[in-house]
Design a protein around this ligand. Sequence first.
Ligand SMILES: [Zn+2]
Length: 383
Amino acid sequence: MVGFAYQLSGGMAVEFARRLILMLLAIIAASSPTFAQASAEHKTQHIIFVMTDGLRWQEVFSGAEASIMNKKNGKVANEAALKKTYWRETPEARREALMPFLWTVMAKQGQVFGNRDKGSDAFVTNGLFFSYPGYSETLCGFADPRIHTNDKVPNPNVTVLEWLKNRPSFQGEIGAFGAWDVIASVFNPERSKLTANAGWDPFTAMTPTPNLTMLNKLKAETPRVWDDEPFDAIPFYTAMEYLKEKKPRILYLSLGETDDWAHEGKYAEYLDATHRVDAYLQALWEQVQSMPDYRGNTTLIFSPDHGRGKAPHKWKDHGQRVPDSKYIWMAFLGPDTPRMGERSNIQPLTQSQIAATLAAFLGEDYVADVPKSGKPIADVLPH
Ligand SMILES: [Zn+2]
């Protein structure tokens, strides 16, 4: 190349040098950080986001709590049986008995935040500490004072899922499923045109499979313990059927029994519901790892909408009058999340950061478009 340049006449040599410089500048520009961000060196192509309503950080990090495992504080009918299932001598052994997938897979291969006993705080910023404000903060990235009830009203704000769906570059389907009937309203399906199914509504947005037909029958025909939600198994298996059939880019699932059993003060049922949610996470994870399109490129996110009060008397409740219900937890697992396990002694995180983090896993900059959103959690993203 250099030898060739020597043979050129003066004017041609200047022109050659000018072109060479332009070419080099183009190469430098292509590898600059701005460009790298746009091309996003992330492996995540699919997201599974599971929330479970009102599960306390105390059980997540320390397992079953002794002062509630009885008739007086937790309406426990068979204390010996409950202890056999969930009581162990150390918090580490207790939490693993309660949530084996979270502690043997997510915490080992991903990251878990919110253990206040180890200097890791995660909290809700909406100041209300109940469901709709928590789901909206999580999914929109900010608290909105207009969201101050649990009424079944269409969300005036755009969720990160709706925002992603409307990105020109976004390909693929998004499906949102909820036990609680208000979950559909959080996504404002009329406006967003997202696939959203919740509560007792049959799921009719895909060609019925034998499983889906049965699930819709069970919704219609089984007794309703709660007016506003079926047991978690129904939305879970509905979401699973949708995952297998429609292969969405993003699957969102909110489960509700953890909150309902706690409100009823039934600790054994609350622990069993928590244990089932953990098994559902494992089933979703194993399902995606068995699908070639998803294997190695799926990120799993897990969080609640709010916390609850302290044992033994306030664990049933949450809301403004229970300040402890501000505290939550969150877990991440996937090909882009460094294996840092259970986090300790770090800056606090907020619920409002989850939306931008979800978008960042897919290479999208949510905060640039929604500046009031919390910032992505850098520690769980590729560096
Ligand atoms: Zn509640």
